[in-house]
Design a protein around this ligand. Sequence first.
Ligand code: SF4
Ligand code: SF4
Length: 329
Amino acid sequence: MFKPDLCDLCGDCLVECQWMDVDTHQAIDWIKAMINGEKTPALEKCITCYACNEICHNDANPFDLMAGLQEKYRTFISKEDAETTEARYTFTGELKPSPRANRVMTTCVFEKTDPHLIQGDIYDLPRIGGKPYFCWLLFSHNGATSIQEKHARDLVDRLSLANAKEIVCFHDDCYAMLAKIAPGYGIDVPFRPIHLAEYLVEFLKTNKDRIKPLNIKIAYQRPCASRHTPEKEHFVDELFELAGVKRIERTYDRKKALCCASIKLMLGNDDPRLDQEKNIRDAKDNGAQALVCLCPMCIQSLSGVAGEHGLPLIFFSDIARMALGELKR
Ligand code: SF4
Ligand code: SF4
């Protein structure tokens, strides 16, 4: 939710955006206009990477302002196409009984699309997933953000049926929804969402005697949704430290992380190749031996260009599995 009372019209959100080139004067003009509900060129230039919500020093959530206007002005998707896409993701069948446990994991839709990423001891806990547990963040990416809000309560209600005290989120987007976005809509989340990084840190600490440090240098690819919950980022560093992995310093990391740009393809507004090239080159030039991705979509999006540059991609939890000796290094 955009919080106009917190916005001091500094313009930083747009000036620091890596997907548009505006000076402070222009940025302030556009922010003022958008607060008044007006259309500005920023709406089209934005690739919906959520970074400005983290950039804003006042937590005013400028992306949410833009997302509302992108829907109002149908910047990316028509109402009809948004409804067709919504229907494709809406679960209409009979819900299977949830496993009952103090702690369960939600795998969103990835159990079906990327089962190879959900393997080994780490994932040996009761799991729920599939269409009923889709987290709907896709719709703030494609300019139909009200659809994200419309389905948030159903998601929380369905997850609550497990009666779990804690729900581990396989996907960063699900964590963002449960830890930040749903509460922002005024929805009570009656369990503690746990980020995959926090869960893996706990798992490695419990299995410390099995760890063999990997001794590799990696670059980290921050997912878009991580911008919603920067407070949990320290778990990412803790995991790398436990696994004996050095996260290299580079231009496109931490607050300056570059979105994998798959959204550009989805929105059909530009070719992401040049952005992906500069991201991968930055990793290679700074000595990375691999690029670690937390989001399966980043892996899909970056695998082509990374492969051409000879940079292997590693899924986040596979770092833990490698350190535990479950996977080949
Ligand atoms: S939303 Fe935040 S960063 Fe953007 S102009 Fe307002 S205070 Fe500044
Ligand atoms: S969401 Fe990303 S692309 Fe859009 S304005 Fe914010 S920082 Fe820029």
